[in-house]
Design a binder for this molecule. Structure first.
Ligand code: IPM
Ligand code: MG
Length: 356
């Protein structure tokens, strides 16, 4: 089969990790007889530099016409002083909103070989970790009304957290469907002791739960959840939460799996179209040095094959190749223990490729 893939390399280490991921994708295509046709478009800081806007119309159109979108990372100190709507991050939010990608899946899996890279004690992680954070991605405070007003305390700025029932319903369904394929446990994370929007969230999730009698639903306040994630992460299977809480908790979840350089993500909408990107950012401090960990982006390709293209065997093939490469002891700087040899991005990519 032929597939149309929109490619947004972005800023910082984005281009390096995307190049690695496409190299792996091409190798998988060759092995299984698929052709991936890439259209490269700009978004983020590099798009601002070229066109004066972070998300050009053309980029959006190419993404809309593709089967899936691959994205590296956007942002960097160079663009930090731009107004909100011109910042590289605005491109990411625009893509999510315009493509209707309301469900963000962020699986945090601790690979057996990386147990030593996990900052938690061995007795806490036991035989491993496998948590899936389901983050709402097109609502909440990220997209609520915002602005400034004058107050007695001087100029004030505000951002509104707002959730509609149907927005909560659809993300809850994604979480419950996911749980059905896993350990049948959903933890909904909110701040219902304080926020009205959280109380509606909680009530709505409970309503959706009635359609999933086999799934055990629990609720947790976000402050407690952030503590429980390091105290006893094994209690979690699927975590479903708001845009903002999901942003924060998924970074935390990623670190307990060894490194944020390992975490892939899928952003999905109503149809199969999706955007696939590593959870990590553009890491300007190591950009262009060839030492970034490409595994999060490579694993994002595995998610793309599974969720957007329905190529399950191919998806599995990438996952296994990554596992084998790690088992052989291949390590980039972020996951290397003391004294372990540190590979470059290209060397790690070659190690995965050799195991496909
Ligand atoms: C993420 C990132 C983004 C977010 C930023 C770069 C806009 O942190 O995908 O987690 O906050 O969603
Ligand atoms: Mg984040």
């Amino acid at each position: 089969m032929d597939y149309k893939i929109a490619v947004i390399k972005g800023d910082g280490i984005g281009p390096e990790v995307v190049d690695s991921a496409l190299e792996i994708l091409d190798a998988v295509g060759e092995k299984f007889g698929h052709k991936f046709n890439y259209t490269e478009v700009l978004a983020g800081g590099c798009a601002y530099d070229e066109y004066g806007e972070p998300l050009p119309e053309k980029t959006l159109n190419v993404c809309k016409e593709s089967d899936a979108v691959v994205l590296g990372a956007v942002g960097g100190p160079k663009w930090d002083d731009l107004p909100g709507e011109k910042r590289p991050e605005a491109a990411l939010l625009g893509l999510r909103k315009e493509l209707g990608l309301f469900a963000n899946l962020r699986p945090a899996i601790l690979f057996e070989a990386l147990k030593d890279a996990c900052p938690l004690k061995p007795e806490i992680i036991g035989d491993g970790l496998d948590i899936c954070v389901v983050r709402e991605l097109t609502g909440g405070i990220y997209f609520g009304e915002r602005g400034f007003r004058d107050t007695e305390m001087g100029k004030a700025a505000y951002d509104v957290e707002v959730y509609a029932e149907q927005e909560v319903e659809r993300i809850a369904k994604v979480a419950f469907d996911m749980a059905m394929k896993r350990k049948k446990k959903v933890m909904s994370v909110d701040k219902a002791n304080i926020l009205e929007s959280s109380r509606l969230w909680r009530k709505t999730v409970e309503k959706v739960a009635k359609d999933y009698p086999e799934v055990a639903l629990d609720h947790m306040y976000v402050d407690n959840a952030s503590m429980q994630l390091v105290r006893d992460p094994k209690q979690f299977d699927v975590i479903v939460t708001t845009n903002m809480f999901g942003d924060i908790l998924s970074d935390e979840a990623s670190m307990i799996t060894g490194s944020i350089g390992m975490l892939p993500s899928a952003s999905l909408g109503e149809n199969n179209k999706g955007m696939y990107e590593p959870v990590h950012g553009s890491a300007p401090d190591i950009a262009g040095q060839g030492k970034a960990n490409p595994l999060a982006t490579i694993l994002s390709m595995s998610m793309m094959l599974k969720y957007s293209l329905g190529l399950l065997e191919e998806s599995e093939c990438i996952e296994q190749a990554v596992t084998k490469a790690l088992n052989e002891g291949n390590r980039t700087g972020d996951i290397a223990g003391t004294g372990e040899k540190i590979l470059t991005t290209a060397e790690m990519t070659a190690a995965v490729k050799a195991n496909l």
